[in-house]
Design a protein around this ligand. Structure first.
Ligand code: BGP
Length: 475
């Protein structure tokens, strides 16, 4: 172990992220304004940890002023959240804005700007309106792609002079993978064709929104926030390497390639066809994707993904699933965050950075989410009641260090954003694992209290220097 210091460039983002549905709560929500997450929670509450969910969340809708003051105290340069599509309209088809909800965003954004914090806004962080899910099958429908473009148009009209960094989706692969591929979430349907249709329509929707933004001549950029998993094969043997490559095609390149290069990988299209996966796309749609690639990427990175070649026989009755080609591999001796069950391996950031530099034309990008969810954090409270989250400080230090090293090595990396600013509601895990710089006290009317890490984060901003103890074997 030795102590190292590294400079944080002046223009480097030191921010934190969150989303609308995980924070705002249902205050003021009108009949018919449920999102997909809301109806999942309503239909399947028993799978949500201790019954907590989006209903109150962190009650941000009523507390955004207090929250922005805390952001300022924690030294955030940027804050990323989403606008809740399901609440932004009273009529999704005609695009009638819910003025009451939009006023909340007007005020929230103004408050951030007044505090010198730059808002970065995502148009969808799983908040697909339930009405569109129930009536059109959600992202399986081309009509929903049109309605998303209408939503983007209305949001840009209202906020383009206040917000310049926009993102179409957060982790666009997640909902359909959990619902249609793995059948782990309500409504538990296994359908690989529907999965691919959702992927394609989210790529198409991104291209349409990029085109719209450019045609209107707005200042700023449109990107997407992806969660490519840095996937390491168990060994260098060809069968393991192939397992990792195929995993990468189905879960990473399915979004990275169309969004950055404007085309689907040929190998992916061929495998989908070989396995009878039907998805509806036209030459015009592919041309739209080709001509409207994103301006930047946000990358969410939490843990490494390791695979090996499959050793079991595939049940011929099981619908096609990419796991036909791989099995998960657990590295013996791996370092773990046991609360979340995720391996800790900070090097993923450097490896992803080099991949973007070499394979994705060194497009501008930033770490959009990195963080550590820990259970029962109350046990780390000191006599003054402040959670001493040194494990979080250690986690951020190591991951930020890799980010800064990558930047020094030529990665076009714009910054680091922590997940999350405050503790908040995770899908199913709800408040089980706490991620925030700021504690949310569920026993005390969701009172906010800064953890030790909040002051440490602020000092990073003030000194623009990261100092950490690090294993000498690491770069
Ligand atoms: C990301 C999501 C976030 C957040 C985070 C933490 O995948 O974009 O919304 O929830 O993961 O993971 P989890 O909530 O599963 O613990």
């Amino acid at each position: 172990m030795s102590q190292k210091s590294i400079t944080i460039p002046q223009d480097f983002i030191l921010g934190a992220a969150s989303s609308a549905w995980q924070t705002e709560g249902w205050s003021g929500k009108k009949e018919g304004q449920d999102s997909y997450m809301d109806i999942w929670y309503k239909n399947d509450r028993h799978v949500w940890h201790e019954g907590y969910g989006p209903a109150v969340a962190t009650d941000l809708y009523n507390r955004y002023r207090e929250e922005v003051a805390l952001m300022k105290q924690a030294g955030l340069t940027h804050y990323r959240t989403s606008i809740n599509w399901s609440r932004f309209f009273t009529d999704y088809e005609k695009g009638v804005v819910d003025e009451e909800y939009a006023r909340y965003y007007d005020n929230f954004i103004d408050e951030m700007l007044a505090a010198g914090i730059e808002p970065m806004i995502c148009l969808e962080h799983y908040e697909l309106p339930a009405y569109l899910f129930e009536n059109y099958g959600g992202w399986a429908s081309k009509k929903v792609v049109e309605l998303f473009a209408l939503y983007a148009e209305k949001v840009f009209e209202r906020y383009h002079h206040k917000v310049s960094r926009w993102f179409t989706f957060n982790e666009p692969i997640v909902v359909q993978t959990r619902v249609y591929l793995d059948a782990l979430r309500w409504p538990y349907e296994q359908n690989t064709s529907t999965w691919m249709q959702w992927n394609h329509h989210k790529n198409l929707a991104t291209a349409k929104v990029v085109k719209l933004f450019r045609e209107k001549g707005y200042t700023g950029s449109v990107g997407a926030i992806l969660n490519p998993e840095v996937t390491y094969p168990r060994s260098s043997a060809p069968h393991d390497v192939k397992a990792a490559e195929i995993y990468d095609l189905f879960y990473n390149r399915v979004f990275l390639d169309p969004m950055v290069h404007g085309r689907y990988p040929q190998a992916l299209v061929a495998l989908l066809e070989q396995h009878g996966v039907q998805w509806d796309y036209s030459a015009d749609e592919l041309a739209l994707i080709r001509d409207n690639t994103v301006d930047e990427l946000g990358i969410n990175l939490y843990y490494p993904h390791r695979v090996k070649a499959p050793s079991r026989a595939w049940n011929p009755q099981t619908p096609f699933h990419p796991a036909y080609y791989y099995e998960p591999f657990e590295l013996p001796g791996r370092r773990m965050n046991k609360s979340r069950g995720w391996e800790i391996y900070p090097r993923i950031i450097y490896d992803m950075a080099m991949r973007i530099k070499n394979d994705y034309r060194n497009i501008p990008w930033f770490i959009a989410e990195s963080g550590m969810g820990i259970e029962n954090e109350g046990q780390f409270r000191n006599a003054e009641g402040v959670i001493q989250d040194d494990y979080r400080i250690g986690f951020i230090s190591e991951h930020l260090y890799q980010t800064l090293l990558a930047r020094e090595a030529g990665a076009n990396c714009q910054g680091y954003m922590l997940w999350a600013f405050t503790d908040n509601v995770s899908p199913m895990n709800a408040f089980k694992n706490r991620y925030g710089l700021i504690e949310i006290d569920l026993q005390n009317n969701r009172a906010r209290r800064a953890k030790k890490s909040a002051g440490w984060y602020r000092a990073l901003r003030e000194t623009r220097t990261l100092t950490l103890n690090i294993d000498d074997d690491w770069k």
